[in-house]
Design a protein around this ligand. Structure first.
Ligand code: PGA
Length: 219
């Protein structure tokens, strides 16, 4: 049985001290959480990955780490890029194809395909974001996160019935993909989604920045 994934996508938030504070607080609260059937994953900005890895390992915290992006190229002369093997030194997962990267960084479908290939070859577990039921979920992707653009950061989450329909469309094409929902998930609305057929977890932005708010999403 897969554990339900709660993925904290910090996006471009937090300085080092803030990241450390989050993990210190989380370490204090973690004993009280039911982690038998639930898995925490944190995706910090890449500047913090090494420090967060150190804390998780030193304190043996049951938390997995994710990159928010990865290079579409292998090791080489690609200034500014972090390749999949480099990321794998610090993280188990990587988020690929987030709509913010498509929108602001002009990431294309072929970039996404290349990133997924690089990531899976390096042994990273991929969470691929799709914006609707037409999104292509590539080979090697373990988790497909349905995140409608209208729901991201707007306080206007998608209707659970619609999420269920989109999930079933994605499953027709990729029956093996594990499905996540993301988009304005909060403690106030998450229970409506937990009962969706086949849901394997959540990709959470705003509500993941504060420890109390993040852990309040768990059952
Ligand atoms: P949100 O972001 O929870 O702030 O809507 C989700 C995401 O973009 O992954």
């Amino acid at each position: 049985m897969d554990k339900t994934l709660f993925v904290a996508n910090w996006k471009s938030h937090k300085l080092k001290d803030e990241g450390i504070h989050f993990f210190q607080e989380l370490a204090r609260k973690i004993e009280a959480l039911n982690l038998e059937s639930q898995q925490l994953v944190v995706a910090p900005p890449s500047t913090l990955l090494s420090k967060m890895r150190e804390i998780v390992d030193e304190q043996k915290m049951p938390v997995l780490l994710a990159g928010q992006n990865v290079s579409s190229y292998p090791q080489g002369a690609y200034t500014g890029e972090i390749n999949a093997k480099q990321l794998r030194e610090f993280a188990e997962f990587v988020i690929i194809g987030h709509s913010e990267r498509r929108r602001y960084l002009h990431e294309s479908e072929s970039d996404i395909e290349n990133k997924i290939r690089e990531a899976t070859e390096a042994g990273l577990r991929v969470i691929q974001c799709v914006q609707d039921e037409n999104g292509l979920v590539y080979t090697g992707v373990e988790y497909a996160a349905y995140e409608p653009v209208s729901a991201i950061g707007t306080g206007n989450p998608d209707d659970p019935k619609h999420v269920e329909e989109v999930f079933s469309e994605i499953h027709k094409k990729r029956p093996d993909a594990k499905l996540l929902y993301g988009g304005s998930v909060s403690a106030d609305n998450i229970n409506q989604y937990k009962s969706i057929q086949g849901i394997k977890g959540f990709l959470v932005g705003g509500a993941s920045l504060d420890v109390d708010s993040f852990v309040s999403l768990l059952s």
